[in-house]
Design a protein around this ligand. Sequence first.
Ligand SMILES: Nc1ncnc2c1ncn2[C@@H]1O[C@H](COP(=O)(O)OP(=O)(O)O)[C@@H](O)[C@H]1O
Ligand SMILES: [Mg+2]
Length: 225
Amino acid sequence: MGPAPLLRAESLTKIFRSGEEQVVVFEDVTFEIQPGELVAVVGESGAGKTTLLHMLAALDTPTAGEVYFNGQRVSEFDAGRRAKYRNRQIGFVWQMHYLLPEFSALENVMLPQLIGGQGFEASEARARQLLSEVGLAEAASRRAGELSGGEQQRVALARALANQPSLLLADEPTGSLDHRTASRVIDLLKQLHHSHGLTSIIATHSLELAQRADRTLRLAGGSLL
Ligand SMILES: Nc1ncnc2c1ncn2[C@@H]1O[C@H](COP(=O)(O)OP(=O)(O)O)[C@@H](O)[C@H]1O
Ligand SMILES: [Mg+2]
């Protein structure tokens, strides 16, 4: 046996049903992610990458199968424990950053900490530190909505790390950026992955991003290749 995985997906199946219709997104998908790995999940649009990330984050439940986090069965978590799992253990970055546009960059990075019960001063200090790590110390008080696409995605990365997660889940984090900006966000993501001791899973259809991962999981035709 290898080292204990941080995440294990066991025979995961997801089927969406609406009335008579059913969509089998994937069936019997099994994999393990070791602590410290940077894994790319690739596959064509509609292959089920986002759905898979939702299962791993306990944002949705599998039709069959199990997700284990540190050996614990995620489906057994009650609502409170699931919320805590997402807030404390996982940092998210989405294609559309979902920053609050009317709030400053600093406030956006403070918010998950305040929600998680951190004090105001500690939250602000950590937010400033993270903004400086993503090269945006000077932009702390600017409204998120005024920042460029690449800057917004860097704020989203800082926000994802606000509560010192062990797991970073990113869904097409460079999907709405031009090539050069995307490349810089990938550099930053890799750098933060290492400096924060993260385990990272990145859904992407970018070959450049996939090539820079430690390992690639490919979803196609409802299976993992
Ligand atoms: N809430 C939902 N209800 C019904 N079908 C869905 C839902 N979410 C996703 N799907 C379907 O599941 C499949 C996989 O979608 P998705 O996980 O978004 O793929 P990807 O992220 O790889 O593009 C698609 O066929 C999509 O239409
Ligand atoms: Mg998707």
